[in-house]
Write a new protein. Sequence first.
Length: 573
Amino acid sequence: MDGGDILEDFDNKIAAEIRLPEAMNRKLLSPFQYFGITDSIDLSNVKWVRGRYIASELTDIYTESDSRVGEIINALDKYTKDINDVRALGYCVSMEHAKYMAEKFTLANLKADYLTSKNSKDRVLIRKKLEKKEINYLFVVDIFNEGIDIPEIDTLLFLRPTESLTIFLQQLGRGLRLYEEKDCLTVLDFVGNSRPEYNFESKFRALIGKTNTTVVKEVEDNFPHLPLGCSIILEKKTKETILKNITAATSLNKNKLIQRIQQFQHDTNLPLTIGNFSKFYNIPLQSIYKRESWKRLCQLAGKINDFDSENEKEIVSAISNKWLSTNSFSYFSFILKIAKINFNINISEFNSNEKTMLLMLHYDVWQKEGGFDSLEKSIKTIGLNSILVEEIKEVLEGLIENIDFKELPIKLPYEQPLKLHSRYTRDQILTAFGKSSFEKKSSNREGTAENKDLNTEILFINLVKSEENFSPTTMYDDYAVNELLFHWQTQNQARPDLGKGLSYINHLKTNKRILLFVREKSKNEFGKSLGFVFIGEGKLKDHYGSKPMSINWKLEEPMPHYLWKDAAKLSIG
């Protein structure tokens, strides 16, 4: 609650974590029904200081509106089974607000009480009254966020905006404890017009979990990706308010970003880094890099001196179009290591796999084959702009910190630097498996790529294919049968008795390696090409059909969980 970062006490390392949606899918928490209810109170003119509304102004507004209390009671009558048979916590903005709500509910013949720091000596007694339903409604202020466990709670009332995502999740968690008499948690969130700084997006992203669709799309489509047994229902006006807020917040132009950078020191005591900025304002790095390099934005905001633009366009493109769409711990760590020596390398000191990663880095930044006398000169040139080298280090450190899976080695009869379960761009993959030649790299743009020298064929697989991006001839049928079996449909002309189709059937006899790289769809939510996840070597289990053929590839390692969830969905129906 002091605004400090607890991670600093643990060397900024998280040993293990479980996100809210995963905990629900594993039935460790109660499912929820979340109702977004239109609030008549307009907060758009309430003062906003250091990342939050002024509590005293909220108190004045909330304790002067008897009509709002009536709206809250009406909503309870509409969305709960029995307004007199619940165990509800109501989160208020202040002690005055909590006391006011308890008094108004009592006047409405509802059994209610309040608990704040002023009457906390009665905490145990009031808690027992709620457990026994001697009261049905308990209004609190930052006192039951954490450290208390009342599994019986079946209803939550969010009666004030919660600016902190951490506090919101703590408050939500009070009602998510499993209890045999509770089928699900009912959440009533009262949503009014808010200030543009207020962040709806992070709240809904936390409830949904990781998807490749935007929160706006989830809201528009009525939340198709919620955890098992959960629902979010937004009243029409609430939905419009939330969509308007998220759209305004995410449509950041350069000037808005510059203004936020200038405002940052007034909103928090955290040092101004791209990681802190992104987390504090919940602005994805992808949104920042749609505009400029981070350091250029800081310079335009007057936070650093002007600097040379040498290599700026190329480095920004590498970050935006390559690294933010991929996630390899080993590759990012390698780049970070040489960034820390300003890319001043001696190529003779690198082994074969490291030289291949240097070649991958070359194409990430320069995106062309010529222009340099040697690979060493290419890499050294990246380091000429010291300000942008610092930016590369900041970005990579953040990307590495956010990798939440373990990449695995793969045994092949030749050396290559890619790891199982990491995500790579097509160019990075082709470079890793192409001829180790600086002068030439594969320009293959098909769904498969073959290196006859290595006797290896790479399958580039898109799980989601749509008429918008694919012609009917590429509408193949690819999905995970289970975590170790992947169903793949060949190109339309493949047949089992000759050519490419026959080579797949005989691949074990000819020692041909079939390597599978899978992505959910061609573009991510920011419109950038999404990288492919290396799921490993496929070995033929069985096949059927002709023109196209259907093949089941058996994998050596189970698919990573974060991809399996999407790949398995494609097999339904």
